[in-house]
Design a protein around this ligand. Sequence first.
Ligand SMILES: Nc1ncnc2c1ncn2[C@@H]1O[C@H](COP(=O)(O)OP(=O)(O)OP(=O)(O)O)[C@@H](O)[C@H]1O
Ligand SMILES: [Mg+2]
Length: 363
Amino acid sequence: MVTPRLTEDTIISALREVKYPGMSRDLVSFGMIKNTRVEGADVYLDLQIPTEDTQVIAKVEASVREALGRIPGIGTLYIQTVRRQAPQESAPGPAPLPGVRRIIAVASGKGGVGKSTVSVNLALALAQSGAVVGLLDADIYGPNVPRMLGEVGRPKAHEGKIVPLVRYGLNVISVGYLLGDQSPIIWRGPLVAQALKQLLHEVHWGGLDDRALDYLIVDLPPGTGDTQLTLVQSVPLTGGVIVTTPSVVALMDAERGLRMFREARVPILGIVENMSYFICPHCQGETDIFSRGGGRQVSESLGVPFLGEIPLNPAIREGGDHGAPIVVAMPESAEAQIFRAVAEKVRLAAETAAEAMPQMTIR
Ligand SMILES: Nc1ncnc2c1ncn2[C@@H]1O[C@H](COP(=O)(O)OP(=O)(O)OP(=O)(O)O)[C@@H](O)[C@H]1O
Ligand SMILES: [Mg+2]
């Protein structure tokens, strides 16, 4: 009998069957399996376990070995267990932002894949579900949010801090609103860091009525540069959402973005595949312009949740160009429903990341 070739997918699928002790969820969906690599028949992986309890660690390691041992033809398992320190023992991270419960960054390695589109529609969908939501346009060089939400005046100051503008119920801040839309902005790295810190810390995020934000969505510029670094160092991020298109180049860049979050120990809430497929406005037929499904494959092989596929649709671009994003302009459209489904997955992942991990009770 020919044994099927061993791949990372085989490993991840097998580990999806392994539950974390005392929990109903599996190790993969918790994001505890990292850096899976197959070399011939041998398997390398990191097991990131949020406990110091040696009994639990031994139990998880044994279940992993047992599950993988059942795969026909598997060679040696090289499992490195990375113990995530209990919160009280870890080095103090950045202080929380007053009045903000969860901070979610939207990132991509590659430009133009739809981060701002996803950020804006995600923020609006969360707000539609009843949450109090803020949106920070962290693209200091090329802010997109004012175009996407429309020009709604200049933010004012109150007691020495900036008051966000309110648009479709979102509390919004962007350098574009502060400086206007004139000449291109030329910043040097240190100034970018300083500007972002001000946008985070010198804003009354709750607005004048001082309502605490359930979520602050941060729309990042592309890549892994000064802004990303400053953000992860300045505030405790609940998690990151990675946006990609199905093209191979974008997927490779998505992996880079993912590694950045992992290295900074920011939980990855999931991957969104944007411009996934095209629906013909005439015949309603679906065409996969790029190789649809790449985002799902990347998320499966890297063991992070897949949040959804957003089609390429001119209505999404027009909404973004005219200050009326599709989630509010056409709330009944299939695309708005997809954004709302993505938002619901992000909400669940964010709650899990924020609450389940540090307070996980182990029996
Ligand atoms: N699903 C989609 N269907 C149609 N057009 C889209 C879709 N997603 C994004 N666009 C359009 O593609 C362009 C780029 O999107 P967007 O500005 O959101 O990308 P970005 O990743 O934020 O770019 P940048 O890296 O420059 O910040 C915009 O004109 C936007 O309206
Ligand atoms: Mg953008």
